[in-house]
Design a protein around this ligand. Sequence first.
Ligand SMILES: *Cc1c(COP(=O)(O)O)cnc(C)c1O
Length: 401
Amino acid sequence: MSEKHQLATQAVHAGEPHDPSGAHVAPIHQTSTFTFADAAAVESYGNGETAGHMYSRGSNPTRQALAAKIAALEGFDYPGSEPVTAEIFGSGMGAISAALLGLTKSGDHVITQRALYGSTDHLISDVLPNYQVTNTRVSLLDPDLLEQELAAHPETTVVYLETPANPTMTVIDIARTAELAHAHGAKVVVDNTFATPILQRPLTLGADVVVHSTTKYINGHGTVLGGAVVSADAEFMDTGAGSMIRFVGAVPSPFDCWLTSIGLKTLPLRMKQHCSNARVLAEFLEDHAKVQTTLWPGLASHPQHALAAQQMDDFGAMITIDLGSYAAATQFLDGLSICSLAVSLGNVDTLVEHPASMTHRVVPPEDRAASGITDGMVRISVGIEDAQDLVTDLESGLANI
Ligand SMILES: *Cc1c(COP(=O)(O)O)cnc(C)c1O
């Protein structure tokens, strides 16, 4: 694919090998191993003279096709001269753990924000310390505080961030974080799950590595779990995170990769509808008397609205509201009918969840409070249904309080 093609064209065409049989849609290579014609073919594959595959944990054509599509999107306007590549994992956590294992060794330090995706939080707080990889938290990675923390921890190798962050929708300045981290020799990893490469391309903003839960918007239909690590750092992709697919083995099935590739083709189109529906809902919720707070980066009232407008091409479709109490939140949820009560996000269907009883249930109440997560919060992953039907559904929920 030529770099001249726009994102919507890349989403449809990138990484679509034309199969020798003439199949229009790339086939599913549902196979564990690959045969070689003869010993000479093994030799030339082994020397890197011919491309190919040997065993599906290391590489598989269906996985490779999806990786090429994601790399094309995340690398869309990347100014660097090195090619952006991707590896696909069996889940977002498979990708995130590979990225962190690939960038740290005993004695290293990780700096991250306070509110993180729950399992990422556990990995950094509870698992990495078992291998003498320590961490500290800086609220919103505030540049002055981050600078102090980097100076206090010269052994920092990774600054890890999520923006917009879950579930508070706070926005972190990727370019500024990268500048500070690089001045101290640390790499920046960005979880780009909420924004997707259609709205935000962290590598172009100076980040070193992008991670995704492809389970969410990239697949978009709620059918499979998956993850991706994306970077222009060839060594990291070869012997760092990339090697973790072989040595830790969070390998996705070819069928799951194929479903994700099909879903990814409509990502640019879906994101337009997700974002425009989110604007309608956010404006409706912000004006409603029973809603105390509406957090959506596209609202002028959002504390980092200007930053979001600068670093994102649109504001995404994750909205968090505060209804004031645990009881109000659950009454609201029980009054909805189109919106499904479920964790996860980024599906074509609208999903709502209550962080205090669902995604953040196991987080101690004082830690939830420190991260700005209240009992009355409800997170809405706005789908692509008709916006007015969704408003009517939210009205029913609010009438139930
Ligand atoms: C879901 C999610 C993950 C984890 O992904 P899985 O595919 O569930 O393993 C990581 N980060 C964010 C922001 C997520 O929403």
